[in-house]
Design a protein around this ligand. Structure first.
Ligand code: SF4
Ligand code: SF4
Length: 447
């Protein structure tokens, strides 16, 4: 779809400026070009032929986090992130795609084994202090100009991926009925491996069987970049895998993947056959937060009543592992706070469920963080391509985290975890960060 086709939606902006207060990029830079109103004015300028497509468009189009906060604060609910994304697709057609992105989207993300090999090469380079090895392989440079600055963000890389240890296949669970498919996102597969193991153990406790899927990337990275062709290739591969497995539900512990997998019908809106398949599969997709919540409390997984929460507390009191003991070792309850990934809160409407899950855990004092639903600046690979800007957004988040004096920060998106963990190290905070699956699995004594 071209920018011109979105003219009506773009023209809905009445220039009121209410989006300014909500936009992390505007709050970090103070530049009108970084806020929804400015971006929409630019798109309107293109349509009205006052602005030409050229490389100068790259910054205003690609510095948007896609967080959707502006839409939440806009009376007309102008979907700026989607409109910017459409414009990115046209930019790639008119101005060109970078070879590094081609390598990533066409040759790496569709093939999990290649991704594992690439991640291993990076891990060996990083963990041995020889990150130049990985650089020389061109694996890190894929992300572009800011990579050298961002290279320290991941402290250590696991040398074995999640699916290198727990191979794709069907595993018996302790439950009676549910056949669960576990969609392993790239971040969990190659970086947040411990989160994946915790999710896997929790799913086995609930399901009759857990199928670790041989899925590829969900397609969100090329979609966010505006590369619709490669997004469709990835989505088709995944939909075929879903069709061939006999599953009641497909769970993922990456809120970004969950949000995007639910969006497949939108990806194929102009392709009747694939749209029909996507429509059929979309209701099976569950964010692990929704799934854990619904399995304990019932309902749609978005949030429930206080009575249900206290019954969860009773059934999960006590127990624990060495990891839990290390965190909950003091006499006082651990202070826990939560960061809402954009793709959970605005992408899927998940807000109360993670909080209720955490409040229900024993020895936890939940403390809400100011602006918990603000983007952390991670936004997929944003921190690798726009490092300085992403750090300004992160610094604001870290100030809010520090004010909570929390022992533990919890979230449900691997990209957020990487960014937040980096912020914690950079700001020398004592807070530890866990995926929500790790919290629930550790407390159940599973991992
Ligand atoms: S809040 Fe909405 S209508 Fe107002 S300036 Fe921002 S995008 Fe335009
Ligand atoms: S999607 Fe986020 S970063 Fe982009 S304009 Fe809206 S609030 Fe700003």
């Amino acid at each position: 779809m071209t920018v011109s086709a979105n003219y009506d939606a773009i023209a809905q902006c009445n220039k009121c400026g209410f989006c300014h207060v909500a936009c992390p990029i505007f709050r970090a830079t103070g530049h009108e070009s970084g806020v929804a109103r400015g971006r929409l004015a630019l798109l309107r300028g293109i349509i009205e032929k006052r602005v030409e497509w050229n490389e100068e468009m790259e910054d205003p189009l690609f510095t948007c986090l896609g967080c959707g906060a502006c839409t939440t604060n806009c009376f007309g609910s102008v979907p700026t992130a989607d409109l910017v994304l459409n414009a990115r697709a046209e930019y790639l057609d008119k101005v060109g795609k970078k070879p590094a992105h081609r390598l990533l989207f066409e040759h790496l993300l569709p093939y999990p084994k290649r991704l594992h090999a690439a991640a291993k090469a990076v891990a060996l380079g990083k963990n041995s202090g020889a990150s130049k090895v990985a650089n020389a392989l061109g694996l890190l440079r894929i992300f572009g100009r800011d990579l050298p600055k961002a290279e320290g963000m991941v402290e250590r890389m696991p040398t074995s991926s999640f699916r290198g240890t727990i191979k794709p296949g069907i595993y018996a669970g302790q439950g009676k009925e549910l056949k669960i498919g576990y969609f392993v996102g790239c971040g969990v597969d190659v970086i947040q491996v411990e989160s994946g193991k915790a999710t896997f153990e929790s799913l086995k406790k609930i399901g009759k069987s857990v199928t670790v899927l041989d899925n590829c990337c969900c397609g969100l990275p090329p979609w966010s970049y505006g590369d619709i062709g490669n997004t469709k290739l990835l989505a088709e591969k995944n939909m075929k895998i879903f069709s061939e497995a006999d599953l009641d539900v497909i769970v993922t512990d990456c809120s970004s993947c969950a949000s995007f997998l639910k969006k497949y019908p939108k990806v194929f809106k102009d392709d009747a056959q694939n749209k029909a398949r996507a429509d059929k599969q979309a209701p099976l997709i569950k964010d692990v937060v929704e799934f854990l919540y619904a399995s304990e409390f019932g309902g749609d997984g978005k949030g429930s009543s206080a009575e249900a929460v206290s019954s969860y507390h009773d059934s999960h009191a006590g127990g624990g592992t060495e990891a839990v003991k290390a965190v909950f070792s003091g006499d006082k309850p651990a202070v826990v706070t939560y960061h809402d990934p954009c793709h959970a809160i605005r992408g899927q409407g998940i807000k109360s469920a993670p909080r209720e899950l955490l409040k229900a855990l024993p020895n936890v004092e939940f403390r809400e963080m100011a602006e918990a639903d603000w983007c952390c600046g991670g936004a997929g690979s944003y921190a690798l391509t726009h490092y300085d800007l992403s750090q300004k957004v992160l610094d604001r988040k870290m100030k809010n985290l520090k004010n909570t004096e929390a022992d533990i920060l919890v979230t449900s998106c691997p990209a957020c975890m990487i960014q937040l963990a980096w912020g914690i190290r950079k700001h020398s905070l004592k807070t530890k960060i866990f995926h929500i699956s790790e919290m629930t699995a550790y407390q159940q004594g599973l991992a």
